[in-house]
Ligand binder design. Structure first.
Ligand code: ZN
Length: 244
C-alpha cells in the first residue's frame, strides 16, 4: 500500500482539539485519533519522510478528513486569540468568542465575537462550497463578517496556518462592512496633507484681501497730486464758479 504522508491534522483523544503534526508528541504518545474513522494514529516525525500521522492499523485506507480537521483548527486558532489582521482596518481586537453560534435560528457561524461593541463573525473557508445564504445575510444586514480562505492549507506547517488565520490579509474578504464604518485613521494620509495645504492657502488669501481692503480704505491708494495738476483743478473750479 502506498504511503500516505498527507495526514497532518489529527484529533486529540482527551481534549477533542485538533493537533497539527508539528505540535504532536512522537508515536502513539500523540494520543490522537483519526478525524474520520476514529482509529488510533501514530505521529511519524523522522528525518527521511515529511512528518505525518499514520493509522496504527496501516491496512486502513482513509484520508483522515483533512478539510474538516483544518476547518476545526481554523476555529480553534480564532478562539484562542483576541487579535486578527484584516483588509482595510489592519489589526483589530475581538472578545467574547463563541464557536458555532446559530444566528436567526437558521445560520451557523464558525466563530462569533464582539468588536467595538458590535457583533463580528468569522467564517473559515476550506473548500469552494457555496455559502450564498450566509453571505447574503451578512451583506444585506450589514453584519460584519470576515471570511478567511484556508483552501489547501491542510498541507502547510502549523506556523503557516496560524499566519493565514491571524496575520495575512490577501486571503480574507470583508462581507457586510459599510465603507462609512472605515475609521478616519485609515484614509490616505497624502490626501489629508493636500487638503490641509489647500485650506491654509485659502485662509491666507482671504486675510490678504481683507488686509488690502482695510489699507486702501484708511490710507487711500491715489498718488499725490502734482502742483500743475492742482492748479489746473483750481482753475476748472474757478471757471465753473463764474459760469454759475
Ligand atoms: Zn482514518
Amino acid at each position: 500500500m502506498a504511503k500516505n504522508h498527507k495526514i497532518k491534522l489529527a484529533k486529540h483523544k482527551q481534549t477533542g482539539e485538533i493537533i497539527h503534526i508539528d505540535k504532536a508528541n512522537k508515536g502513539l504518545l500523540c494520543n490522537c485519533e483519526c478525524e474520520k474513522c476514529h482509529n488510533n494514529l501514530i505521529a511519524h516525525q523522522g528525518k527521511k519522510e515529511p512528518w505525518h500521522f499514520q493509522h496504527e492499523n496501516n491496512d486502513i485506507s482513509c484520508n483522515g478528513s483533512q478539510e474538516t480537521a483544518l476547518h476545526k483548527l481554523g476555529k480553534q486558532i480564532l478562539m484562542g486569540h483576541n487579535g486578527i489582521n484584516i483588509p482595510v482596518h489592519g489589526m483589530i481586537n475581538y472578545t467574547d468568542q463563541i464557536e458555532e453560534k446559530v444566528i436567526e435560528n437558521r445560520l451557523r457561524v464558525d466563530v462569533a465575537a464582539t468588536y467595538e461593541n458590535q457583533d463580528i463573525y468569522f467564517e473559515i473557508k476550506v473548500s469552494h462550497s457555496n455559502e450564498e445564504a450566509k453571505n447574503e445575510y451578512f451583506a444585506k444586514g450589514h453584519h460584519k463578517c470576515v471570511e478567511i480562505d484556508l483552501i489547501d492549507a491542510y498541507k502547510s506547517s502549523y506556523e503557516n496556518i496560524e499566519y493565514l488565520v491571524l496575520k495575512k490579509t490577501t486571503n480574507k474578504e470583508l462581507i457586510g462592512w459599510n465603507s462609512e464604518t472605515i475609521p478616519d485613521r485609515h484614509k490616505d494620509s497624502r490626501l489629508n496633507w493636500f487638503e490641509t495645504i489647500i485650506y491654509i492657502a485659502s485662509v491666507m488669501y482671504v486675510i490678504y484681501r481683507i488686509g488690502t481692503s482695510i489699507y486702501n480704505l484708511i490710507c487711500g491708494n491715489k498718488k499725490p497730486m502734482s502742483k500743475q495738476q492742482y492748479m489746473r483743478n483750481k482753475a476748472k473750479q474757478f471757471r465753473l464758479f463764474n459760469v454759475l
